[in-house]
Structures are given as C-alpha cells and as structure tokens.
Design a protein around this ligand. Structure first.
Ligand code: GLN
Ligand code: ZN
Length: 748
C-alpha cells in the first residue's frame, strides 16, 4: 500500500502567504517578489510532504487566493471587461477576487460562496454568453514543471468540469450544451499537455458528486467523462470528498478512471457501496484520515475498516484536502498530554505513514502507541452532565406559553411604538478598543482601569442611542474579542490554539477553538456588562449571547461524542447564562445564531433528519425556561433561509433579525407565503460597506418590507453587528434609520 494526500494547506506554517500577499496588496513588494516568495513556499511544502515519506504528492493545490478562481482563469472563464483592462495577469486575478478601482478601470469582485460544508469560500465562476472556454493559463503546467525541476514528481490537481458547472452562475441565454463541449475539449487538452510534460496521472476533484443527484445529472456526469476519457493517455484519479457518492457510484466505477477517491470519514455510506463491489482493475484512494478535524486517528478502528472494505488496490489518503486544518501542532504550547491527541496537517502525514506501515506489517509499535493514546482518559467525564443530556424531554425544548400568547402579553408589557428600532449588538471596535484590550491582556493596565474604560464606552454609546431615539438599546460588546472565543473562554471544556489558523477566504483565516471535553459554564459570561448597562438607563437594554449551534459550528468538535450531544451541552451552559441575565433584570435577550446554516448537510434529503431535527431544538433548549414576558431575539447574518423557513420559525424566538438589504428582500415573499409567525427585523441597510444610506433609501426599504410583512410584526435594524464599522458612518447611518422610522410612524 502507498500514501497520498488530496491537498496541503498553502497559507504556510506562520501564515506567510497571507502576510506576503497583503504586502503586495499594499504595494510594499513587487509582483516579482511575490511570485518568488510563492515559489519558495511551494517548494518548502512539496519537500515537507516528500520528506515525511508520502508517496504521491499533489501539485496545483497552491493558490494565491482560491483554487476555483485558478480554474476559472485557466479555462478563460472571466468577464469580458477583464480581458480589456490594462493589468497584469496576476492583477487581473486579484481584481476578480477583491475588486479593482483605479485609473485603469473598475472591476467588481466576483461573489464568494461557502465551499460545500466547510468554512472555506470560493469565488463563484460566472459563465456568460460571451465566455469562450479554452485553455488560457499555465499555472497547472508551470507548477508541475516547477516541482519536476526540483526532482519532485507530483500529481497535478484540478477542479472537475461537473462540479464547476454545478457551482457556476450562468447568464441568461448561455448554451449549456456548448459550454459542456468546450469544457471537455479544454480538459482533454490539459490532460494531453500534462502527459507530454511527463505527468503520470491527474487528479480531478468532483466533490459535486456527493450531493443529491437526479438521474439526469448523473447522466450528464457520465456523458462528460465518457468523452473526456476517450483516447486519454494520462490516467485519471477521480477524487470526491465531503460525503458519499450513493447516486453516482455505479456510473463512477463503470467509467475508465484509473482510480477513484472516496471520503470514508464524512461519507460513511461509501463503505456499503464499496464493500464487495469495487472493480479489481481500479485503485481505491481511501480517505480515512480526517482532513477537517484536528484529532488523532484511531488506528485500530481505521485498520479494521480498511480490511472490511476488501479492496485489492488501495492508496491511503485524507478524507479531503488538508487545507481545512491548521498547519502543525509543533508551534502550540499545549502540555504534552494534551498535544498528543491532536494532528494538524503535518501530523496527519505521519499518521498516513504509520497506518501504511502497520498495514505492511512493519508498524506494530505505532499501533500500540496509538491504542494506548485512545485508552487514556483525556479528562474526567462529567457523568452528571451526560445524564442530564440523556434525560432531556420534550418539555425541556418547549417554551410556554405558546408564541401567540406571549406576543400579546409582551406587546402590553414593553409597549414599544410601531416599528421598534434596535441594533444587532456590537458598536465599532475601534483601534482604541482593541489596543486597550491588548494592554489589559499584557497586564499593562489593571482590571479596574480596563473595566472603567469599558464602562465609559458603554455609557457614551447608551447616551448616544437614547439621543438618536433607538427603542431597544445594546451595551455594544466592547469587552468581546470574538463572538465564539469570548464564550469559549468562559466555558469549561474549551481549548485555544495559538497558531491553529485555517484559510477562510483569500488571505483571511479563522482560528477555531477546540472542544476538548464536556462543556459547562465556568462563570457568568455577559451578566456583568449587560446588567451594568441596564442599571444606567430606564430604557430596555438587550442582553447579547452567542447561540449553541454557532458556538459548535465555529469550533473543532469532539469525535468521541456526537456533535448533537456536544451542542446540547453547550445549550445547557448558555441556558444558565440566559436565566442569569433574566434574574439580573435583563428582559430582552438576543441569542445569535450566525452560523446556524453552516453544518446543514449537503444533501437536502438529510437536512432535517441529520441536522435541523436536533439543531433547532438545541436553540429552543437555551430559552425554553424563561418567563413569558422575557423577549427572546435571535440574529442570522444572511437571509438564505427561504428553504428552511419552517425550521427558523420553530426556533420559537420572539423576534429575529437578519440580513436582507443585499438580497433584494426576496425572502419577504417567502415569509408572507409561509405566514411566518416570529416578528422580523430584516436589515434595512448593509453594514458591510462604509456607505451611509440616506433617509429616503431606508424609508423605501421599510415601505417595501411593509408591503409583505404585517406592521405589528416588523422591527427596524441594520443587517448585522457594527463592530467592523467606523464611528462616524455608524452614527450617521443609524441617525438616518431612526429619522426614516419617525417619518413613517407619523404617516401611519
Ligand atoms: N451580536 C453580534 C454583533 O453584533 C452578532 C455578530 C454576527 O452576527 N456575526 O456583533
Ligand atoms: Zn450578523
């Protein structure tokens, strides 16, 4: 048996690629310097993978921004205006990724979308009637040749045509049939040229195969590859990941691929497909080392699994590209007895080798060491908590009285004017705010000084909110670093890495905290500042929490218990916080679920059964025990829930705010159609841009909302938190927002 990986993190051990690319963006280094740097980095990574002993090394998994964008460029899928603008190829590439505004012209950034069920974002390709698909780039060839010149034989990687079609946006009038023919021709040419350069094989990634596919879609896949593989000298590894290929398996194994790559971590059902039913003349690339999570692989389990597959030719690989995990644990300062449980990208290479050695009957000691690790008690299990989760009943997930009754009594209690106004929670986290927190963390200022600073911020903004006439006030979240980290730090069972960065998009990364053990609340988290703010005013101040599903979805989850149980543990911790806030006089509490959609299964057919059926109750668990008059708000950073409206209503919040301004309020139709019961605050302006919306614009937006949603249901707010904005634009925008509301109220 041999080993390989699907792809390696390109950002570098210390996120060097980010820092260098950003220097280029700031014009501090030249394109030449950036290219030279990238070349060194690629070499370093290839060599690292090689020196670790991995047999087959991928190339073209490097990217300055996004590999999907690389593919679009290679295939000439670029907007017409880009071909005429006087910029270098590299700058055109960045222009499409981030927008370009300058003397040479004006290019809008292409939209980004989440890459399948990950937190990585790709640039959405757009195929227009003018798009002429052809091989127009050299990156994949150059990088293959570059490695070869270093004496490293690599397997070039490219995103496949089927997935490309699936994730692309099409302009009206595009001849899809023609596009497919052009794509096939281009891929054939790429394969031929790689073959001529000496490549031994080509990895074509088709994660699109793990979604629910219709017979027609499977037929399209088949037709594409029948032609693509015809008279092909270069052997092809068809690689899938993020799930199972149940709809396309039979077609897949019948096509003349040399090898098929399957994910056996997320694609549990792949096992049943493969067992006793894998063609003897093909190689199975078995994705058994988790490319998405940071825990050590359980060798005994993996080996038993591989044996059960009973496939003759196997290459051991990761479940997906290692792009989705941090680089190495070497730079972490966890104590050894903690660190030994983690495997980041580099450590996963070792795992592949050790697994391989054991399979080749030369790794008994590895197996023993691994088994010892898995029999160790990592932490003292909180049996009481486990029992509590196991004993939760329907009543724990049900708030009484029912929404309709609460709505009436809350209206009487709060007595807000029509179109109550509020914000989403945060006010600008200025440099000063961040610097003060950093000083406090470095112990350059005392707790008392820091507290005084936060209190002053809160007071300033409370005064301003009252002046401008907002109805429900917020304290502003000045004490928070991040909406998940801040909570994690106050929860037992959480760990934080120092360098565990994962690429999110372009040069941006996230550093997800790690759920290490059973989660309980160590101490009150938000009570101090929320109740302080409430004590300073007789208007209502909204408490502000992050919800359990979001906390889980933005962390590396445990693998020894289900994510459902982990989420329920977090939900119980946040429930305590909710009840504590209530006890301390907070009557309105917002529980943010910014990442609710994140783990929605890729197959629609699994949405409820595998996810929403427990994720929505987990949210309800958090607020089910509050009093009738306590008003629960929630917030989501997007409006893409037209397809899960029923589930959103079942969260049973009293009010929900969400982003709508950019999506043309399309969701409103659906709210109307489905008779949405929860009161709604569709964001009336876009906070993602420094632009100040005019009173007229906001008025118009509110009026549009009122044509779809009954007046008593409508709240008015921006579309997200204001922490990334400057102070002056924030104030100007909110002034305009409240002016607009006052006017409309008068007219009503
Ligand atoms: N309450 C948070 C804030 O205002 C919500 C952030 C978010 O939705 N991403 O910053
Ligand atoms: Zn938001």
């Amino acid at each position: 048996m041999t080993t390989t990986i699907i792809g390696f993190p390109r950002i570098g051990e210390q996120r060097e690629l980010k820092y260098t690319t950003e220097k280029y963006f700031r014009h501090e280094i030249s394109a030449k310097e950036l290219e030279a740097f990238a070349k060194d980095l690629r070499q370093k990574h290839w060599q690292l993978v090689k020196e670790q002993g991995i047999d087959e090394i991928p190339s073209n998994d490097f990217s300055f921004y996004d590999t999907t964008l690389d593919t679009s460029f290679l295939l000439n899928i670029v907007p017409a205006e880009l071909t005429t603008i006087d910029l270098s190829t590299l700058d055109k590439y960045f222009a499409l990724a981030r927008g370009y505004q300058g003397e040479k012209g004006d290019i809008k950034a292409r939209p980004m979308k989440k890459w399948f069920n990950t937190n990585y974002h790709y640039i959405v390709p757009k195929i227009e009637t003018t798009t002429q698909i052809k091989v127009n780039g050299t990156k994949i060839f150059d990088e293959y040749a570059e490695a070869k010149a270093l004496g490293i034989e690599t397997r070039p990687v490219i995103l496949g045509p089927f997935t490309l079609l699936q994730i692309s946006e099409f302009s009206e009038g595009v001849n899809r049939e023609q596009v497919i023919q052009d794509l096939i021709a281009a891929y054939k040419e790429i394969a031929t040229r790689l073959f001529e350069l000496g490549a031994k094989d080509l990895q074509i990634d088709e994660p699109g195969l793990v979604k629910d596919l219709t017979a027609k879609e499977v037929a399209e896949f088949q037709a594409i590859y029948e032609t693509l593989l015809e008279n092909q000298s270069l052997p092809v590894l068809l690689q899938t990941y993020f799930g199972d290929v149940r709809d396309a398996y039979d077609t897949l194994v019948a096509l003349p691929f040399e090898a098929i790559g399957l994910d056996f971590v997320e694609g549990i059902k792949n096992k049943e497909l493969v067992k006793n039913n894998f063609p003897a003349d093909k190689i199975l690339y078995a994705g058994v080392v988790n490319g998405k999570n940071i825990w050590r692989n359980d060798y005994a389990q993996t080996l038993a699994f591989i044996k059960e597959l009973a496939v003759e030719q196997i290459v051991l690989t990761t479940s997906c590209s290692l792009l989705h995990v941090p680089f190495t644990t070497e730079n972490e300062s966890f104590p050894a007895e903690i660190k030994e449980h983690f495997a980041f990208a580099k450590e996963k290479l070792t795992e592949l080798l050790e697994l391989n050695a054991i399979l080749n009957e030369q790794g008994q000691t590895y197996l023993e060491a691994n088994q010892a690790l898995f029999t160790k008690e990592r932490f003292a299990k909180n049996q009481a908590l486990h029992d509590r989760v196991a004993q939760l009943t329907e009543a724990d997930f049900t708030r009484t009285p029912a929404f309709e009754e609460r709505e009436i009594s809350q209206k009487a209690h709060f007595n807000f004017p029509v179109l109550p106004t509020t914000t989403i929670g945060s006010f600008p986290q200025t440099k000063e705010v961040k610097q003060t927190r950093a000083k406090f963390n470095r112990q350059e200022i005392t707790q008392a000084e820091y507290d005084q600073y936060i209190a002053d911020q809160i007071n300033d903004w409370l005064t301003w909110q009252k002046e401008v006439g907002l109805d429900v006030l917020v304290h502003g979240e000045f004490e928070r670093n991040d909406m998940v980290e801040y909570f994690g730090q106050n929860l037992e069972g959480y760990l934080f890495s120092q360098n565990g960065w994962v690429q999110s998009y372009g040069t941006r990364g996230v550093k997800p905290p790690i759920i290490w053990g059973d989660v309980t609340r160590k101490q009150a988290i938000t009570v101090k500042w929320s109740s302080y703010a409430q004590s300073q005013t007789d208007q209502f101040v909204k408490g502000m929490l992050t919800g359990p599903v979001t906390i889980l979805n933005w962390s590396f989850p445990r693998e020894d218990i289900s994510i459902k149980d982990s989420t329920l543990q977090i939900a119980l911790a946040i429930q305590e916080e909710v009840l504590d806030l209530e006890k301390n006089g907070i009557q309105i509490i917002q529980i943010d679920e910014a990442a609710l959609r994140e783990k929605l299964p890729l197959r629609k057919s699994d949405w409820y059964s595998e996810y929403l059926d427990w994720a929505i109750p987990a949210f309800r668990l958090v607020h089910s025990k509050v009093q009738e008059k306590t008003q629960i708000h929630t917030h989501m950073c997007y409006s893409e829930f037209t397809d899960i409206i029923r589930a959103i209503d079942q969260m049973d919040a009293d009010v929900i705010s969400f982003e709508a301004s950019r999506s043309n309020l399309a969701i409103l139709d659906e709210l109307q159609r489905q008779n949405f019961k929860t009161q709604v605050g569709p964001g009336v302006y876009d906070i993602h841009s420094p632009r100040v919306p005019s009173v007229e614009e906001i008025t118009e937006t509110i009026q549009t909302i009122l044509t779809k949603v009954p007046l008593p249901k409508v709240w008015v707010n921006p579309d997200c938190g204001l922490k990334t904005r400057g102070i002056s634009e924030t104030r100007a925008s909110l002034e305009n927002m409240t002016k607009a509301v006052k006017q409309i109220r008068k007219e009503l």
